[in-house]
Each structure stands twice: as structure tokens, then as C-alpha cells.
Design a protein around this ligand. Structure first.
Ligand code: PLP
Length: 450
């Protein structure tokens, strides 16, 4: 039930990327979650079709994750990373190193995705300074990408959201996302090939001696689950190698099973030099992110002489014992229950069901890998004409999906799903039925407004 002080306290907080007055028209306040469901304060149940926000990939309050955290609570909840480390953190480093691609086995955990990105960007700069390349400090990334909310991560990002915080940090160079150029080429393959090859031209134009890193999301959520080709990543890898540029994969969203492998790097068959993670590693139980760094790069920060090459970066809550205990158990559950493989199976069913929505004449494309799928909506799927901004489909779908009790990630012209990997076949069917009902009703709403 709404408590008398809720309205005032909602006004006194900040709901992410939402106008508070609009939120107050019909505030969504949850007070319980279990498995694939949330309940709100009125007792209404919602299917969590997106794992919170790509986070609760094992469902909410997974018993093994809760137990691992409880066990750690009985032993040690905090030890300052400035004084030393803990046994559980060392176990976490070992365990994540066992499942990371290639030899990305220098590992540190942080409080979330943005912190992992910040740390990776700082590590690149220090790495090059320590290896005699003082000027290799710029980072190249894609327009439309999202790498986090803190200043360097935001500057690496290319989403229009950051306009309010100009000027951005210097040292970030942008590349066109395949999404922006897709209508200029006959096929997606050609678009991706062109965009990947643009990287070389950009590096040469900027001067290769000044470029330290390229950061990409294997699948970009904020641009609408943009899923490049395997070749795109192969070309980018080759160009990075050619110019001694480190390749960072931002797997904050894609990591830990959703794409059909532990990491999307494996799904696309490319090994980056650094992977940043977050979201799924937490199972939605406690905040955690981490980076995984190539062994020989990590070695540059290990020295027996007095030249002080330690990574000059720390956070009070890095290597947080409760979070590391959760991270270990998340990896154990994913591996033991073969959930990445299950994600592939689930993805086949989900994609087919989403593609069936084409019968409504408003689907331009369904894309993604595994359970991480996006549906692009247009007003007319023959001409690909978009819905008008002031009567867009996304706003209508937000209303109908909440009414029908299903949580999705919705933008004006696309929506995404990433249901928990523990969903049963019957639950997947339930989710798809709820989505279809909501899409149909949203279509009625936008058509009625015409
Ligand atoms: N990178 C990507 C691809 C993300 O999707 C996000 C969060 O949505 C971040 C980084 C930032 O992570 P966090 O919100 O945990 O700071």
C-alpha cells in the first residue's frame, strides 16, 4: 500500500532517467521478488522479462547465491583493500580467471559497471606510460554506445544522454556505429565491414602513437541491441594489434551467460585485451563489477624493484568480501547448471516468438544473441517508416506492458528482453504471451491517436 509519506519522498529522490512528476502519475513501487517475478506494494505480480536491467540473470533471490552471501556474512564482511586482501577475494580472482577468455587473468572487483570501466581506462593509460608510450592516452569508442555514468565512462559513451554534462573529458574519439550507417549499404555485413575498417582510418587520422584503447560493447543496448557480425570484431581485433592499441570489451551487460557463452567475446570468437563486467555477476544480490586483464599487461604492474609500478587506483569497496562471495557462486551456478548453453536454447524459442510479431506489420528486425534480444519497431515494416515522435510506440508499450504485468526495456522505437536463465519453458511462453498482448494493445493505442 502507498504510505502517506511516499509521494513526498518520491519527489525527494531521483528516478533514473524519468520525470518525477510523470512517475508519480502511476508510481511503480516493488516490495518483493522471487525467481522471474516481482510484486509491487499493491500485491500485483510482474514477469521480469529483463532480469531487473540485465542483472538478475539467475532470477531474483537465487537460493544458492543467498546462501553463499549468508555464509560469508558469518565470517568477514569488510577488510580495507588498502591494508591487504581476503581469502574470498583471492578465490574470486582464481574462479573468474578460470572462466575468462584467453589469459585475461589479472582481476579486480569493484562496485559496479561504471567503476570497472573507469578502472580499465586508467589502467590503459598507466600501462602505456610504464611501457614507454607516454602519448598513447586516447580512447576510441562508438557513437550511441553506453559505458557508464561516471565522467570517463560517460565520455567514452556516445549516447545523447550526456549532452547535459558537456564538456566531456578530453581524449575520447568517436567512431560511427553500424546502426547509424546501415541504410547506406545493401547488407548488414557490408555495413559492419565498413564501420570496422573506419577504425583504421580513424587511428591513422588521430596518429596511432596517441591511441591507447578501443572500447566496444559486443552488443550495444542503448542503440537498440545492435549486434555486429563476427567479422566486425575480427577486423577490429586485427587493427588494434597492428597499431598496438588495447581492445576493451565492455561486457557489463553481455557477460555471464546471456549470449550463449560465459562472455560475448566467446560468442563472437574474439579475445579482447581487457573485459569489464558488472550486472549479471551480481545476480541482483549485491553490487559488483570487475575487470579481467591480459596476463602480460597485468605483469607490467608487478615489479620487484623500487620503481613503483603498482596500479595507482583503489576504491574502499573494491574486493568487497560479500560481493566476491556472490560472484564466485554466480560462476559456479552458471557452469554447473550449464546456463549459457540453456541461453542458446531459450534464445531460439524467444527469437521465433518475437519474429511472429511481424504479423502486425510493425517489426523491422529482431536481433541479439541468446536471451539478449531486441525488437525494432516501425510504423510500416514495408517502408520502414518510423512512428512519429509524439505518438511513438515505446510510450504506448510502456503503459500496456506495466498494465499487463511484464517488465521490459523500452525505447521509443525498440524494446529488449533478457529473461532470467532459470526461466522454465512454461514461463518463457507466459512471457511471450504477455509481450504479444502488450504489443497488440500498444498498437491499438497509437492507432487510436492517429
Ligand atoms: N556498460 C554497459 C554496457 C552498461 O549497460 C552499463 C549499465 O547499464 C554500464 C557500463 C554501467 O554500469 P553501472 O550502471 O553498473 O555503473
Amino acid at each position: 500500500m502507498m504510505k502517506p509519506y511516499y509521494e513526498k519522498t518520491i519527489k525527494h529522490t531521483f528516478i533514473d532517467f524519468m520525470q518525477t512528476s510523470k512517475f508519480l502519475e502511476n508510481p511503480l513501487i516493488f516490495n518483493r521478488a522471487e525467481g522471474v517475478y516481482f510484486w509491487d506494494i499493491h500485491g500485483k505480480r510482474y514477469f521480469d522479462g529483463i532480469g531487473g536491467i540485465f542483472v538478475a540473470s539467475l532470477g531474483h533471490r537465487h537460493p544458492r547465491i543467498m546462501e553463499a552471501m549468508r555464509k560469508q556474512m558469518e565470517l568477514l564482511t569488510f577488510a580495507a583493500p588498502l591494508h591487504g586482501t581476503t581469502d574470498i577475494t583471492l578465490e574470486f580472482v582464481k574462479r573468474l580467471g578460470e572462466v575468462s577468455p584467453g589469459n585475461l587473468n589479472y582481476i579486480k572487483s569493484f562496485s559496479g559497471g561504471s567503476e570497472s570501466i573507469e578502472a580499465a581506462l586508467k589502467l590503459v593509460r598507466q600501462y602505456f606510460k610504464q611501457t614507454g608510450h607516454n602519448d598513447k592516452m586516447k580512447c576510441i569508442s562508438n557513437y550511441l554506445s553506453y559505458h557508464g555514468a561516471t565522467f570517463a565512462a560517460m565520455s567514452a559513451g556516445g549516447s545523447p544522454r550526456k549532452d547535459k554534462f558537456e564538456p566531456q573529458m578530453p581524449g575520447f574519439v568517436k567512431l560511427y556505429s553500424p546502426k547509424q550507417l546501415r541504410d547506406s549499404f545493401p547488407s548488414w555485413e557490408e555495413t559492419c565491414r565498413f564501420c570496422a575498417n573506419l577504425l583504421e582510418k580513424t587511428i591513422l587520422s588521430e596518429n596511432p602513437d596517441t591511441i591507447g584503447a578501443v572500447i566496444v560493447e559486443p552488443i550495444c543496448n542503448t542503440a537498440g541491441i545492435i549486434t555486429p557480425t563476427v567479422e566486425y570484431f575480427r577486423i577490429i581485433r586485427e587493427i588494434c594489434d597492428k597499431y598496438n592499441v588495447l581492445l576493451i570489451f565492455d561486457e557489463v551487460l553481455t557477460g555471464f551467460g546471456k549470449t550463449g557463452d560465459m562472455f560475448a567475446a566467446q560468442t563472437f570468437g574474439v579475445t579482447p585485451d581487457i573485459i569489464c563486467s558488472g550486472k549479471g555477476l551480481s545476480a541482483g544480490v549485491i553490487p559488483i563489477g570487475s575487470f579481467m586483464v591480459r596476463e602480460d599487461i597485468g605483469d607490467v604492474f608487478y615489479s620487484t624493484d623500487k620503481n613503483n609500478v603498482n596500479f595507482a587506483h583503489g576504491h574502499t569497496f573494491s574486493g568487497f568480501p560479500l560481493a566476491d562471495a556472490v560472484g564466485i557462486e554466480v560462476i559456479n551456478v552458471l557452469e554447473e547448471e550449464r546456463l549459457p548453453q540453456r541461453a542458446r536454447q531459450m534464445g531460439t524459442y524467444l527469437k521465433a516468438r518475437l519474429e511472429e510479431l511481424s504479423k502486425y506489420g510493425i517489426i523491422r528486425e529482431v536481433r541479439g544473441k541468446g536471451v539478449l534480444l531486441g525488437v525494432e519497431i516501425v510504423e510500416d515494416s514495408v517502408t520502414n517508416k518510423p512512428f512519429p515522435e509524439d505518438n511513438n510506440f515505446g510510450d504506448a508499450l510502456k503503459k500496456t506492458s506495466i498494465k499487463n504485468g511484464v517488465i521490459l526495456r523500452i525505447d521509443p522505437d525498440w524494446f529488449a528482453i533478457a529473461p532470467p536463465l532459470i526461466s522454465t519453458d512454461a514461463q518463457l511462453e507466459e512471457l511471450c504471451d504477455l509481450i504479444e498482448k502488450s504489443v497488440k494493445e500498444a498498437l491499438d493505442l497509437v492507432t487510436a491517436k492517429h
